[in-house]
Design a protein around this ligand. Sequence first.
Ligand code: 8YV
Length: 325
Amino acid sequence: MRKPLVRITRKLPDATETRMMELFDARLNEDDTPFDRVRMIEAVRDAVVLVPTVTDRIDAEVVAAAGPQLKLVANFGTGVDHIDLAAAHSHGIVVTNTPGVLTEDTADLTMALILAVMRRLVEGERLVRAARWTGWAPTTLLGARLGGKRLGILGMGRIGQALAHRARGFGLSIHYHNRRRVHPEIESELEATYWESLDQMLARMDVISVNCPHTPATFHLLSARRLKLLQPHAFVVNTARGEIIDETALIQLLRERKIGGAGLDVYARAAIPAKLLALDTVVLTPHIASATLESRIAMGERVLVNIKTFIDGHSPPDRVLELPG
Ligand code: 8YV
């Protein structure tokens, strides 16, 4: 029997690519240049399975250009906001993702950003590296203590809960806002306080961490109006998606020193605004929350399992359904 044609848009870990070649007629992207529009449309014309990443836009136009043989989009990553799910489903294309395996690493990086921004880690590092440090001083580079502060988690799914476990170890108290209240057992284990009103939670937190998926319902959830509710010493951390925060409003508040600082791993657009880069109260990382060898290999394994299960005629374990608006 002929092996199905699987097109992979980016360079994946060696272990994943080796297995892809063994199991399928896999076409790799050796030089890792992101697909442009033309290449993407060519890919969906003959692929049975497409393996995209967050850097690809699988919108209605790409779906419409796909040949009838395209049956599965097996995303390498958890977030699927770059895929038009409704268009894919209406063309009978199944979409899968890789949940669960990057939870702990994403929570680690979120905690690292909270620590970095509150303790002015990068500012201090830059000072030393620029040979501008003149020695210990009692009142310079004073940050904020984590212990005893309130952390408001926006989105209490797997990653939000993994963050809560870590943050408790640092003495932060846990607060959260979520579409649905989590199970009482989880709440009591984390000693977490549920806020039905996001506005009320924002006004009372010392740190806000964004950990929800980006959907039409969460676009600019932290709007200009809501950001203004934050206390002047509050910190904002985002390891989810840039679109969830009104980035222009955030930058404005940071420039006016109306909030304490921000730790960002994701951005609204590929081009990061110069005004954001110029701020010393922000720590900026390049979308590395899941960038550990272990996570990336595990993500590859999920993709392989999803494809193999689907090709064998079963429902893949990580099938993505459309989220309610
Ligand atoms: C991934 C992510 O690296 O899984 C996600 O949703 O944001 C990242 O951690 C990326 O999406 C890979 O496509």
